[in-house]
Write a protein that binds this ligand. Structure first.
Ligand code: URA
Length: 236
């Protein structure tokens, strides 16, 4: 694929479109060893070698990061007042990154950050029913009756009940009235996990996403940490 030289450099975070045009005009940019003087010059993102002040700048069409989202950060690309999940990706190069779906501010765990719109669509499309697995601490004693109700789909006040969800009780502390569970849902409705527990008279006090489709949160990532994924890892 061929794109304009100024777009190539701006996409890779070398500077704004205006800044990179100035660099080109000053003769700081070379393409295949030859000084490039035109911002409109087309370069092949795969085969051409672009350098700025002697440093090679490779092109990445898509970037993918697995983030362990910490609590307290919003799932947005940018915000005037607050730090976002994209701001946490310090090694990012592209400016067009966004989170694939949203986790609530107080939810932790797996979030994919990318600029690949097609992949995002595949993971989020309601028709695709991609499984999402959550770990939660719940105030209240979760029972096998709740397991059955989740299996049947729960009325959470929307037009339709939720799709069947798989609830696994990991532990119950009868004296503290606290439970730890794993829940697999196939939709992504607003506050879905919290609302499902509300519907059975319980409250989620801690929520963490562990898995989305085949993508599993790397357990070595602490909240706020991330790792870069390549396309191959994702396709697997
Ligand atoms: N369900 C919720 O209630 N919150 C989230 O952040 C994700 C799923």
């Amino acid at each position: 694929m061929k794109i304009r030289l100024d777009k190539y450099l701006a996409d890779m975070g070398v500077g704004t479109r205006t800044e990179v045009r100035k660099m080109i005009a000053k003769g700081q940019v070379r393409v295949n060893g030859t000084t490039a003087l035109k911002a409109e010059q087309k370069v092949d993102i795969k085969s051409d070698e672009v350098s700025v002040n002697g440093l090679l700048v490779g092109y990445e069409e898509f970037e993918y990061y697995m983030l362990n989202k910490p609590a307290g950060i919003i799932s947005a690309s940018e915000d005037k007042r607050e730090k976002t999940v994209v701001d946490l990706i310090e090694s990012r190069r592209r400016k067009d990154l966004f989170p694939v779906g949203r986790l609530d501010r107080d939810t932790e765990g797996l979030l994919l950050i990318t600029n690949d719109g097609a992949l995002s669509h595949r993971l989020l499309s309601p028709k695709k029913h991609v499984d999402k697995v959550y770990f939660a601490r719940v105030q209240g004693v979760v029972t096998t009756d709740d397991v059955r109700r989740f299996e049947e789909g729960v009325d959470i006040g929307d037009e339709k009940r939720t799709l069947p969800a798989k609830l696994v009780i990991r532990s119950v502390d009868e004296s503290e009235k606290r439970s730890e569970i794993l829940l697999t849902i196939r939709e992504g409705r607003f506050h879905q996990v919290k609302r499902m527990f509300q519907a059975v008279g319980k409250e989620v006090v801690y929520l963490k996403r562990l898995q989305m489709g085949n993508l599993v949160l790397d357990p070595s990532l602490k909240p706020g940490e991330y790792k870069k994924l390549d396309r191959k890892e994702l396709e697997e």
